[in-house]
Design a protein around this ligand. Structure first.
Ligand code: HXC
Length: 257
């Protein structure tokens, strides 16, 4: 499938989606969001894919929603079309998704990175929610996901001042899982993706689902939910294989079912 604003590749069981609007620092316009939606839907449906990596360029993961496209919208157009509703695709995906971020991840760019399951950042990464400087606020989950990731004090600092946060501060704050040299970013993300994609796919999907439940429910309910998922994995061939392989001192060969 060929796209105008993204590029896709597969590396074994790992899919790579590269945001690709270099002339606008990968600003997220309607076309890009719909192509991202379409590519993700394809990889979600593809049994041969176990993990997706989303990345941008060296200069920008994405510098936000496309300001020029949004600028003229009236309240009625924005509200009735609910254009941000279409952005949820990344957050709704069931397969694990890694954001590999170099350069700017601002506004909607930071929000898309936060919709992914975790972020691997290049040492050049700059995160921020600068919407306040445009007379608006984050609209694709920024006030919610950033606050859950880094706490109220830092989230307020970033959302109210619109300042950028570098990779080291982002890692220290808990927004980013790992920081790697910029030159190694995609290779490191693909390596992490390959490790995940080699696991049992039902186990990976349930692990993701269970961690996400921690943000939606009480501890008691969350632990109960986790236990139900845990027991259900004993119905998979992969659980039998994984545990047999341990006992036989060999590497598990998961069939992903
Ligand atoms: C449209 C953008 C853009 C954006 C950059 N460009 N960001 N176009 N929307 N978000 C375009 C510029 O207009 C310019 O095009 C080209 O990309 C290069 O950008 P420069 O500004 O020349 O680059 P630089 O001087 O290096 O500055 C980089 C930057 C700056 C600091 C990232 O571009 C910037 O502040 N961008 C806006 C960041 C932002 O406010 N993001 C939040 C958007 S609101 P030309 O044609 O002039 O060369 C948002 C809301 C999300 O995301 C809510 C959900 C929808």
């Amino acid at each position: 499938m060929s796209y105008e604003t993204i590029e896709t590749e597969t590396h074994g069981r790992v899919a790579l989606i590269r945001l690709n609007r270099p002339q606008a620092l990968n600003a997220l316009n309607a076309k890009l969001i719909s192509e991202l939606d379409c590519a993700l839907a394809g990889f979600e449906a593809d049994e041969g894919i176990g993990c997706v990596v989303i990345t941008g360029s060296e200069k920008a993961f994405a510098a936000g929603a496309d300001i020029k496209e949004m600028a003229g919208k009236t309240f009625a157009e924005a509200f009735l079309s609910d254009f941000i509703g279409r952005w949820d695709t990344v957050a709704r995906a069931r397969k694990p998704i890694i954001a590999a971020v170099a350069g700017f991840a601002l506004g909607g760019g930071c929000e898309v990175a936060m919709m992914c399951d975790f972020i691997i950042a290049a040492d050049t990464a700059q995160f921020g929610q600068p919407e306040i400087k445009l007379g608006v606020i984050p609209g694709a989950g920024g006030t919610q996901r950033l606050t859950r990731a880094i706490g109220k004090a830092k989230a307020m600092d970033l959302v109210l001042t619109g300042r950028m946060m570098g990779a080291e501060e982002a890692e220290r704050s808990g927004l980013v899982a790992r920081v790697v040299p910029a030159a190694d970013l995609v290779a490191e993300a693909l390596k992490a993706g390959a490790a995940i994609a080699a696991m049992s796919l039902p186990a990976a999907l349930m692990a993701k689902d269970a961690v996400n439940a921690a943000f939606e429910t009480t501890l008691t309910e969350g632990v109960r939910y986790e236990r139900r998922l845990f027991y259900s994995l004993f119905a998979t061939e992969d659980q039998k294989e994984g545990m047999a392989a341990f006992a036989e001192k060999r590497k598990a060969a998961f069939r992903h079912r």
